[in-house]
Ligand binder design. Sequence first.
Ligand code: PLP
Length: 389
Amino acid sequence: MTEGGSAIRAMFEEGARMAERFGRENVYDFSLGNPNIPAPEKVRREIVRLAEETDPMELHGYMSNAGYPFVRSAVAESLNRRFGTDFSEDNIIMTVGAAGGLNVVLKTLLNPGDEVLVFAPYFLEYGNYVSNFDGVLKAIPANAKGGFQPDPEALREHITERTKALILNNPNNPTGVIYTEETVRAIARVLEEKERELGAPIYLISDEPYRELAYDGRTVPYLTKYYRDTVVGYSWSKSLSLPGERIGYIVIPSECADSRLIFDAAVIANRILGFVNAPSLQQRLVAECLEESADVDAYDKNRRALYDGLTEAGFECIYPEGAFYMWVKTPGDDREFSQRAKGHNILVVPGTSFACPGYVRIAYCVSYDMIKRSMPSFRALAEEYGLSK
Ligand code: PLP
């Protein structure tokens, strides 16, 4: 197992212990990407309505391992409407969140020893998901000079005849960067060239649980439109603030190499990995809430307050374009920095936990009030490092 995910969890547990010791209002826990904005009111109303109005045998029963056909069809129509795609229920499999979906995709695609590429920094759980199926995760070094946009030429250098897939996470956890259309086109070109050269498909796995969390009117390119062999994984954990409910989907487009085979295998993978099917009530719920989204403006307000406060204190931050994370350069070792931050009751995750030392991730899916209250502690930390202006 890789240490990243468990390091974040350990920090979360520590935050709870510190809150008990110092009082909740005196601990500034920015460690976990657990949305703090409540799900839209419609979500609650629909859960109640579905529970009251649906025949319980239908509401709670098994269905196709791919999910309810009417839900998959509603998801496909929503995607077609928003992104000009041409999906049907036969391209959609409902999953147990993005994590469940990624595991299903990797079980379907990987043979032992197959390599999966990812651009650093990245969500370290990918390493566990890939090793679940005896694959090998290979990280492409971070492109700090290029504002953390992936470097297509570095991708080219890392592709071998064992490369089965590339995972792309956009908007990105942990940097908050949105990969641009230009970047996506360049990545697609490299993958196409390498597919031709090696004579085998290289799948692009788009992990996009933060798709709707984009600021300043930015949009996130829909990858199936740029590269044929794309599989998309999505979840409502962040966009509807439902991470504990475990609901998402994967898209396997018809034009993707071996599409039917992959779709059928993925349905079986969903079953035999023990998910069986995505939760029945949550499937019905999301079908009713496809046009809903959490209050992105509230995250935006947090983003601005945190960025202004930290840069004012002397920290160097990447201004986030999406998701709810700020990526901050550390003066010195990132693990030591997060230890010293703890001395000021601030919990942040070292970049080492995302395969990118020299930075920390600050999750700002927290109350605006906590961000404001934390500022004197951040300023004290900056002073300790001699950063203050
Ligand atoms: N992918 C990324 C990049 C994430 O940040 C997360 C959760 O934080 C996941 C996948 C897993 O999401 P889910 O809760 O839908 O399984």
